[in-house]
Design a protein around this ligand. Structure first.
Ligand SMILES: [Zn+2]
Length: 231
C-alpha cells in the first residue's frame, strides 16, 4: 500500500515543475504536506548540443530533476519516461495517470493548463488534458477500471486542481518565503540553463513574481487557474 500524499504534480518534462510551481511545492512541504512529482516524458529532445545523445540527455535530466526535488523536499519523483514530444491522449496514458492518482490519493493535483491558446508545447497540452480526464471521471468512478479495483486501487476524488501556464489565472499562491529555494531548484537544471546561467535570472524572475502578487499583502506569487471539485 502506497502512503497517500496531499499533493501531486504532473509535469510533461523535467524542469517544468521548477519553472511553474516549485515555490508553491516548497511552501506545502514546509507546511508538513507530502508532495509527489510525476514527470511524464524523459525530456530527451531538450538540447541544442550536437554532441548530446538522447539517452544521455534523458539520464542527465532525471538526475537534475531528482536534485531539484530533493532541495524542495518533494517526497518522491515518479518518472514515466515517455519520449519527449511524443505524448498522445491515449487510453494507455490516461490509465497510467489514473493508477497513480488512485495510488497516492492526493487532495490537490497540479498540472499544465491544457487550454492555453496558440503556441503551447504539445506535451503540455496533452498532459493537462489527460490529467483532467483522469481526475474526472476515471479516477472517481468505481467501474471505470475493474482491473485497477482488483489490484486494490479504489476510486479517488481529487478536491482541488491547480493549472499552471494559464491565460486565465484566478488564484495566487504566496511564494515569498520559498522563492530562493525555487531558484536554487531551477538552477539544478544545468542541461537547460547552462553551467553559468545569467546572474540576472533570479532578479528577472523576482520581478515577474512580484507583478503576479500585485494587490496582495505579500511580495511574490505563483499564479494558477484553480478548480474546486466535489464540494
Ligand atoms: Zn515542458
Amino acid at each position: 500500500m502506497t502512503k497517500p500524499a496531499q499533493m501531486m504534480v504532473f509535469t510533461p518534462h523535467p524542469d517544468d515543475a521548477e519553472f511553474g510551481i516549485a515555490g508553491t511545492a516548497a511552501r506545502w512541504v514546509r507546511e508538513g504536506k507530502d508532495v509527489i512529482y510525476v514527470v511524464c516524458t524523459n525530456g530527451d529532445k531538450g538540447t541544442s548540443d550536437n554532441n548530446m545523445k538522447p539517452e544521455e540527455l534523458a539520464s542527465i535530466r532525471e538526475q537534475e530533476q531528482l536534485a531539484a526535488a530533493n532541495l524542495l523536499g518533494v517526497r518522491e519523483v515518479v518518472f514515466l519516461r515517455h519520449p519527449d514530444q511524443s505524448l498522445e491522449d491515449t487510453p494507455e496514458f490516461r490509465k497510467e495517470i489514473v493508477r497513480l492518482i488512485r495510488m497516492y490519493q492526493p487532495e490537490t493535483v497540479v498540472t499544465a493548463d491544457p487550454y492555453r491558446r496558440y503556441i503551447w508545447h504539445r506535451d503540455h497540452r496533452i498532459t493537462g488534458r489527460v490529467v483532467l480526464d483522469a481526475i474526472f471521471p476515471y479516477a472517481r468512478d468505481l467501474l471505470a477500471y475493474p482491473d485497477l479495483l482488483e489490484e486494490g486501487l479504489q476510486p479517488h476524488r481529487v478536491r482541488e486542481v491547480l493549472l499552471w501556464g494559464s491565460e486565465e489565472p484566478n488564484y495566487r499562491s504566496d511564494i515569498t518565503d520559498t522563492f530562493d529555494v525555487k531558484i536554487a531548484a531551477l538552477l539544478c537544471h544545468k542541461s537547460q540553463l547552462g553551467n553559468n546561467p545569467s546572474p540576472e535570472l533570479g532578479e528577472r524572475m523576482r520581478e515577474r513574481y512580484k507583478t503576479m502578487a500585485e494587490a496582495e499583502d505579500y511580495e511574490l506569487a505563483e499564479t494558477f487557474h484553480r478548480l474546486e471539485l466535489f464540494r
